[in-house]
Write a protein that binds this ligand. Structure first.
Ligand SMILES: Cc1cc2nc3c(=O)[nH]c(=O)nc-3n(C[C@H](O)[C@H](O)[C@H](O)COP(=O)(O)O)c2cc1C
Length: 185
């Protein structure tokens, strides 16, 4: 079985991302075809990128980088739970991604986004970033609207069809995660 990280892309106090990620985890826990783990960037105390060499060179100086690298390396696939900030993903998620390179390669990504317009622009930017990191990003995505999937922009109440969208995304992430296994070993 492949291992899938559910990565919370916001570290803001009072973030909506936490409720969204827990919803993803709760539905993931009902599946028997992959293992899932919640990964909270907040727990890794990453500073703004402070490595001397670009991550693609694979020489990490900081203990925080090595700890983050070991965690990300342990997965076959990632589900990024991303807010939309200024028509892109969050700075903290981009920063956390930039710390590493090889650990992401030949893995798979799916996206759950949220924002006024469902966070779609954040995901479009993330797809460009995934290309550079040699991550295969699946087509299906979950787009949660602050207007219709939250009450008062802050209490997460996903519309019924969002569970179906998440199921399709899980199916695609797991299928590609299994299919790319030969490239990773
Ligand atoms: C700095 C900032 C910029 C934002 N820009 C956008 C935006 O461009 N489009 C949008 O739909 N929502 C935008 N929002 C609203 C966020 O998507 C919304 O507040 C969301 O809950 C943020 O995720 P978080 O609560 O997990 O941090 C912005 C919020 C912040 C804090």
């Amino acid at each position: 079985m492949i291992k899938v990280a559910i990565i919370i892309g916001s570290t803001r106090p009072g973030r909506n991302g936490e409720a969204v990620a827990h919803w993803v985890c709760d539905l993931a826990a009902k599946r028997a075809d992959a293992e899932f783990e919640l990964v909270d960037i907040k727990d890794f105390d990453l500073p703004l990128l402070d490595e001397v060499l670009p991550a693609a060179m694979g020489q990490y100086d900081g203990q925080h980088t090595r700890t983050w690298a070991a965690k990300i390396d342990s997965f076959d696939a990632y589900i990024f739970v991303t807010p939309e900030y200024n028509h892109s993903t969050s700075g903290v998620l981009k920063n956390a991604i930039d710390f590493l390179y090889a650990e992401w390669n030949n893995k798979v990504a799916g996206f759950v986004s949220y924002g006024v317009s469902g966070g779609t622009r954040a995901v479009e930017h993330l797809r460009l970033i995934m290309g550079e990191l040699q991550v295969a990003d699946v087509r299906a995505q979950v787009t949660l609207s602050l207007l219709t999937d939250f009450e008062n922009y802050s209490v997460f109440k996903p519309a019924a069809q969002q569970e179906d969208a998440l199921t399709v995304m899980f199916d695609q992430v797991i299928a590609w995660g299994e299919a790319l296994r030969p490239l990773r070993h």
